[in-house]
Design a binder for this molecule. Structure first.
Ligand code: PFF
Length: 478
């Protein structure tokens, strides 16, 4: 068997792909929305602390284990012992779940992007619905399916191209483009009258949310933690997978700092585009994913002549960000199967494997595409509706009970923290932090901060993750 598993062509390419995986809907929609809902600055402060204590540590753990074993999540755990196979399995399963709803949302983003393009060309892009278009689209099942399928097709086409010729090539062009478009939008928004209130909401120290009985400290903590895992693509083996294609010459520690840093900067920049825009046009900050589709559309409508162009640029940017994330999710699954075939002495067919997982994700995503995101009275009922609960009628107020939320709860709420907890306990107590140090030093750089990492793997990460589970249980038994 002469199968070549592939490798990143350059460290820059790897970084663009890894930052591309991290930067996505989670930054552009999730971050501003969760920040808006959880007290602005207080959320930001906890998010940054968690990123330093947990995010960076798990990122290093994942990249190092991936590069050391040269395998995706399942293969990596199996090369230590068969008894860890369940962690790999859970990771791939959660990756598939996220991929499915991510592509539904990505499809909706694509539909808005096309809508603005049509408007620019003088056509009616939103079926005459203006900013009520979301409600229309959610029940327009043909469009929901068509754009879901299209978005998945783009994802699979890139993954079929392989690591360096597909993912790396796309991310190396797309990520710098994303950065400059975002910068342009931030500057444009900054000049809108009334924008300043948005910045002070983000950056003025204010912890009053901790005494809010509805949210409180644990509420903010849980939201920031979930956001961190999701945004940094941690806990399900995405970074193990990307690390497995990295050359031994690259400096892992440096990469480990750059990825979360870039991810946080882009999240903050997205906040600096979205929040001041909300402030300038009198739209609430805490509107959830509705923010992406309704509030922003209202804003672009009110912008006058340039509204369509800015709208198109914005959704194009979100489109790029979502594709670079969805390809990493599909790659996580594809690599799993490729490694499996190699370990059995077979020659894997990347194209066939990635199509197979895309098909699986399409099937899994069907209820998420056809439940009108939990608005009620949809073709496929939302999970709680299926169990016989009343849905409170049409309108997207019931967003919390959609298939999308259900899948997200399993992935972001359970599997990601569990995956990170297992990894840190194994590294800290079973395999010992030395294996990370030795792997990092292969590139000829001295490992910096051994004591810090050792302490975090052994104690800090497990304790914080236990607290996250505690906060989730509190929520559950409310
Ligand atoms: N990090 C991506 C985002 O913020 O949108 C989503 C994501 C990608 C989550 C890859 C998990 C993953 F493995």
């Amino acid at each position: 068997m002469d199968y070549k598993r592939g490798q990143w062509g350059s460290n820059f390419g790897f970084l663009m792909a890894a930052v591309g995986s991290a930067v996505g809907l989670g930054n552009i929609v999730g971050f501003p929305y969760k920040m808006g809902k959880n007290g602005g600055f207080a959320f930001l402060a906890i998010y940054l602390i968690l990123t330093a204590l947990v995010g960076i540590v798990i990122m290093l753990g994942e990249l190092a284990i991936g590069r050391k074993t040269g395998k995706g999540i399942m293969g990596a755990y199996l090369s230590f012992s068969k008894k860890y196979a369940w962690i790999g399995f859970l990771g791939v399963f959660a990756g598939l779940l996220i991929l499915s709803f991510y592509c539904v949302l990505g499809g909706m983003v694509t539909r808005y992007m096309v809508g603005y393009l049509m408007q620019i060309l003088g056509m009616e892009g939103f079926a005459g619905q203006g900013s009520n278009f979301l409600e229309y689209l959610l029940y327009d099942y043909d469009s929901m399916l068509l754009y879901f399928f299209l978005f998945m097709a783009v994802t699979v086409a890139i993954v079929m191209g392989g690591i360096d010729k597909g993912i790396e090539k796309f991310a190396s062009v797309a990520m710098p483009a994303l950065f400059f478009i975002l910068l342009f939008i931030i500057v444009y928004i900054a000049f809108q009258p009334g924008a300043a209130a948005g910045y002070s909401f983000m950056f003025k120290p204010d912890f009053s949310v901790f005494s809010d009985p509805e949210i409180g400290f644990w509420g903010v903590f849980k939201a920031a933690a979930g956001q961190m895992f999701f945004s940094l693509s941690l806990g399900i083996g995405c970074m193990i997978t990307y690390g497995s294609y990295l050359s031994k010459n690259e400096n892992l520690q440096k990469n480990t700092i750059i990825i979360p840093l870039a991810d946080t900067i882009i999240a903050l920049m997205s906040g600096m585009a979205v929040m001041p825009a909300c402030a300038a046009f009198g739209v609430a900050y805490n509107k959830g994913p509705v923010l992406l589709f309704v509030s922003l559309q209202t804003i672009f409508e009110n912008m006058g002549t340039f509204g369509n162009l800015i709208g198109f640029m914005f959704y194009f940017l979100v489109f790029i960000a979502s594709v670079t994330s969805s390809i990493s999710l599909l790659e996580l699954c594809t690599t799993f199967q490729i490694d499996l075939a190699i370990s059995k002495g077979k020659n894997p067919n990347r194209k066939k494997i990635s199509c197979m997982f895309a098909l699986l994700a399409l099937i899994l995503g069907l209820p998420a595409a056809l439940d009108a995101l939990g608005s009620g009275n949809a073709l496929i009922p939302a999970p709680f509706e299926l169990l016989g609960y009343e849905m409170g009628g049409a309108g997207y107020a019931m967003w919390n009970d959609s298939w999308y939320d259900f899948y997200d709860l399993i992935a972001e709420g359970i599997v990601m923290p569990l995956g990170a907890l297992s990894l840190s306990v194994l590294i800290g107590w079973v395999w010992k932090t030395e294996i990370i140090k030795n792997e990092c030093e292969l590139s000829g750089n001295r490992f910096i901060g051994y004591r810090y990492y050792n302490f975090c793997f052994k104690f800090v990460v497990p304790i914080i993750l236990s607290l996250i589970f505690y906060a989730q249980l509190l929520d559950f038994f409310g």
